[in-house]
Design a protein around this ligand. Structure first.
Ligand code: ADP
Ligand code: MG
Length: 445
């Protein structure tokens, strides 16, 4: 097993680590160390409590020499003031034998005290985006000497709507900087941020756990399209005896609203929905109703459900297949907690089969497939996303092929099995996320 000594830390760092009583680096700390030191852009994904703070602090401090320069070299951005305080404290601990000036910057306290402190000279700034922006705009702090930017809890940051403020800050930062991002989960929003701002980041991802819990039974259904998924879902959920408390994961707010509307026709009063466009109060009520059992069903996006500690969920239903296989592990981990039996159901279309394969590769386990019950109607209705693109109509050959059933489920299935999923999975991802941007710049959300 690797020890901290194997990392060849500077003696001030090694001594500080020893004082804290840490003997072994955690997996994310071990993996992040050389990559961050290489100077590459990095995105690190690892569960809460796995030591992410030290994972980015250690390599940064290892290479941070002493200087009399007044302006900061490292910027750590976090979503809340509590986190600023916590991280300042941690970094102070790690650097206790170094001559390092660290300053926390966050709202809700006297701005002048913070301005004065940074004017006296600082090496590391830990800040929330809003207050930092105010101090920089006012001229009290210059960011031109920042070489390394860490965005911690990126998923929470984006979920709390800091995207705009991050954009503003990026414009004030030197372009030749190293970007380091850490998050407990990978989300579509993070992926968008990366595509827009960060060149070729290396992803370091520690799977939640490659092996699913034994007490969670997993099944999957191959389903033709969105509305057939709805029909199947309604069919399953009508069995109130077995589907006692069901958390349904969906991708994206728009999708969540669309599914809510359809399900509400059959399950009015026993269905709640949470996503980031709902107000805090609305979300709180929906969760409360679900927890106390007033509503049996809860629809949620990945990000919303992440911090929640929900009890005794009988089923987790994945209405779509998460594009990042780790998120599937996060999702199904919501059931089968504390020795309880739990079930997970995955609905996938032909298009999503590659993501299913990525999940199965991660788990080294094939999810057993169940045939759709005969009573479930196969819908012919298509969502806008499922309709063939405009250009298809202009191309008579493509059109013909589609009409002849070229997109039928089983044909795709056979075809996909032949492809090398690794590279294509990435390409599909890129294609998927770039799509909205290419449609005349129209925002889909
Ligand atoms: P995360 O950001 O991943 O949620 P933190 O960085 O806050 O996790 O660390 C969680 C806890 O683990 C902290 O109390 C920290 O001091 C402790 N910790 C971090 N690294 C180690 C290690 N290598 N050995 C033992 N404890 C550690
Ligand atoms: Mg953290």
């Amino acid at each position: 097993m690797e020890t901290f000594e194997n990392l060849n830390l500077t003696s001030p760092l090694q001594n500080a680590i020893e004082d804290l009583g840490f003997t072994h680096p955690t997996p994310i700390q071990l993996k992040a160390f050389p990559v961050i030191r290489s100077g590459k852009n990095v995105i690190g994904i690892s569960q809460t409590g796995t030591g992410k703070t030290l994972a980015f602090t250690l390599p940064l401090l290892q290479d941070l020499g002493f200087t009399k320069q007044l302006t900061p070299r490292i910027l750590i951005l976090v979503p809340t003031r509590e986190l600023v305080i916590q991280i300042v404290e941690q970094v102070k601990n790690f650097s206790k034998y170094m001559n390092l000036r660290i300053q926390g910057i966050y709202g809700g306290t006297n701005i002048n005290t913070q301005k004065k402190a940074v004017r006296e000279g600082v090496d590391v700034i830990v800040a929330t985006p809003g207050r930092l922006y105010d101090i920089v705009i006012d001229g009290s702090l210059k960011l031109k000497t920042i070489k390394k930017v860490v965005i911690d809890e990126v998923d929470v940051m984006l979920d709390l709507g800091f995207r705009f403020q991050l954009n503003n800050l990026f414009e004030l930062l030197p372009s030749s900087r190293q970007n380091i991002m850490f998050s407990a989960t990978m989300t579509e929003e993070i992926d968008e941020l990366i595509q827009d701002f960060f060149i070729a980041p290396e992803t370091i991802s520690i799977a939640v756990s490659g092996t699913p819990l034994d007490n969670i039974s997993q099944a999957k259904y191959g389903v033709k399209n969105f509305y057939t998924k709805i029909n199947l879902l309604v069919h399953l959920l009508k069995d109130k005896e077995s589907y006692k408390k069901v958390l349904i994961f969906v991708s994206g707010k728009r999708n969540a609203d669309r599914i809510f509307e359809k399900l509400d026709e059959d399950f009015n009063g026993e269905l709640g929905v949470i996503h980031s466009n709902k107000t805090q109060n609305y979300r709180f009520k929906a969760i409360e109703k679900f927890e106390e059992g007033t509503s049996r069903l809860l629809l949620s996006t990945d990000v919303m459900a992440r911090g929640l500690d929900l009890n005794q969920i009988s089923h987790v239903i994945n209405f779509n297949v998460p594009a990042f296989p780790e998120n599937y592990m996060h999702r199904i981990g919501r059931t089968g907690r504390a020795e309880q039996e739990g079930s997970s159901i995955l609905l996938f279309t032909a298009k999503e089969r590659e993501f299913v394969e990525a999940i199965e590769t991660l788990m080294v386990h094939e999810i057993s497939e169940i045939e759709i019950p005969e009573e479930v109607e196969i819908s012919k209705q298509l969502t806008p996303d499922e309709r063939p693109d405009d250009y298809v109509y202009k191309n008579p050959n493509r059109n013909l092929k589609l009409q002849e059933g070229g997109a039928s489920f089983h044909e795709k299935k056979a075809k996909n099995q032949k492809t090398n999923q690794g590279g294509k999975y990435r390409r599909e991802l890129a294609k998927k996320y770039k799509k909205p941007k290419s449609r005349g710049g129209k925002k889909k959300k």
